[in-house]
Ligand binder design. Sequence first.
Ligand SMILES: *Cc1c(COP(=O)(O)O)cnc(C)c1O
Length: 394
Amino acid sequence: MGDRTNHNENSEGPVKKFDTKLIHFGSEVDSTTGASSVPIYQASTFHHHDIFNPPIHDYSRSGNPTRQALEDYIAVLEGGVRGFAFSSGMSAISSTFMMLSAGDHIIVTEDVYGGTYRLLTTILSRMGIESTFVDMTQVEQVKAALKPNTKAVYMETPSNPTLKITDIAEIAAWCQQNDLLSIVDNTFMTPYYQRPIELGVDIVLHSATKFLGGHSDVLAGLAVVRTEELGNRLKYMQNGLGTVLGAQDSWLLIRGMKTLSARMAHSEISSRKLADWLSTRHDIEAVFYPGLPNHPGREVHEKQSTGYGAVVSFDVGSGERAKRVLNEVKLPLVAVSLGAVESILSYPAMMSHASMPKEVRSERGITDGLLRFSVGLEDIDDLIADLEQALENN
Ligand SMILES: *Cc1c(COP(=O)(O)O)cnc(C)c1O
């Protein structure tokens, strides 16, 4: 061990901290020309100069240098061995599930992203892949759902939109004992705040459309795996299904990711202020934010993450009031999505979770009065004043 540490220090310098890795990730300077950004290799195929010695990349579905730079970048940030870039978050998620086969069973967090719920319950179910939804704040429920054909556990923490917390390390360890694949959708935290692979997880997934891209201008998904073996299996899916991200979008995502720390840190300070302010109001039924002292799971969250993120959900009392507030706010984008420079206010019951039946929604705390605020980079005093006028008039 001692030798290895010395070797690393000699060849690569001291281990870099996260903010430094975000800027100096390996491909930040083009090795051929010295250009200050990764070139966009807008090519579908690559010439074989020597047929006996094929180029590293021969066809862009199988490999593209711009996409490769992005894939290496996310692998460095998440601390995994290999990264993959997909055409959307759902494309990363579905390609990962394709590693399973008919007859397999997955245990899934009950308030999983609406699109993932739809994929599992209406598409994968048709292909003989079965899923059980459990409240993952209760590790016992996860254990009780184990069947002889269970192959994977799928976590999302904090979950969307009620920000429930799952103990990643505990479930990952249980998965290892039971020979199950552990998967985390890390979209809400990003590797800036939470690195599931370091907690023992096998595969980390992202909708990079959100915080990683950060500018509401690119749709993308990313995955990172803990072992070479998993890397080979996921590569086979990505190439076989053709769910790759294009070169232009890969470049745009790299550009967005460079400012991840600065954006997350700013938005988190604002989010805490917003959550505190909402908590003092008597016309708000409930506030969900992992940084609030009374948030269930706060302790577990603090054990596995270095921050609370930039999504605050709150219940304004009724669906009618929620709709009026959405009509009255002037600053946030009223839209699906989150994790951008501009604040985004969304209405889970009619937007992200519309594909979930109403009974299932209310069981999972996604009430008709629930709004989800993704805090952007505006001045927080302005955001609060804007929300205040929308609430007071309604
Ligand atoms: C948006 C989102 C997804 C889906 O990602 P797309 O890029 O929209 O396909 C998956 N998981 C979470 C937590 C999300 O917020």
